[in-house]
Unconditional design. Sequence first.
Length: 118
Amino acid sequence: MRRNEQTRKFAIGDRVRKHSGSWWEGRVVGFYSTEQTPSGYCVQLDMVPNGPVQIYPEAALELAAPPAISTVAPPCGIADPSTRDCENMKEVGGGMDGERYRCDVCGKGYFLDYEEMK
C-alpha cells in the first residue's frame, strides 16, 4: 500500500521533534514506508552542519519551534583546524619552540612548531 503524500502530517523542510523518549529535533529531509510503519520520516539534526539523520514513525513526532537565535558561533566542524582554516582560532601560548592555538568554539587546537617550518 502506498500512501499519498497529501495525507502526511509533515512536509519536507518542516522542523519537528520527538515528543517523548530520547531527544531529537531537526528538519524533515525524507520519507519512508514499511508494513510496520506506513508513514515514516527521515529527520536531520539541524543544530550542526551536515547533521546526522534518524528515522521515526509519524506518531513519534510533533512540530517544533524554530531554533533560538544564538549569539554563540556555530561549531567550526573542521577536523584538523589551523589559523588559516578557523576564524575562531586564538593564540593561547607558546615559547621559543613554537606557538599554541585553540578554537574558542570547539576547543580543538594545534601547535605551530618552528622547527617544522625550517
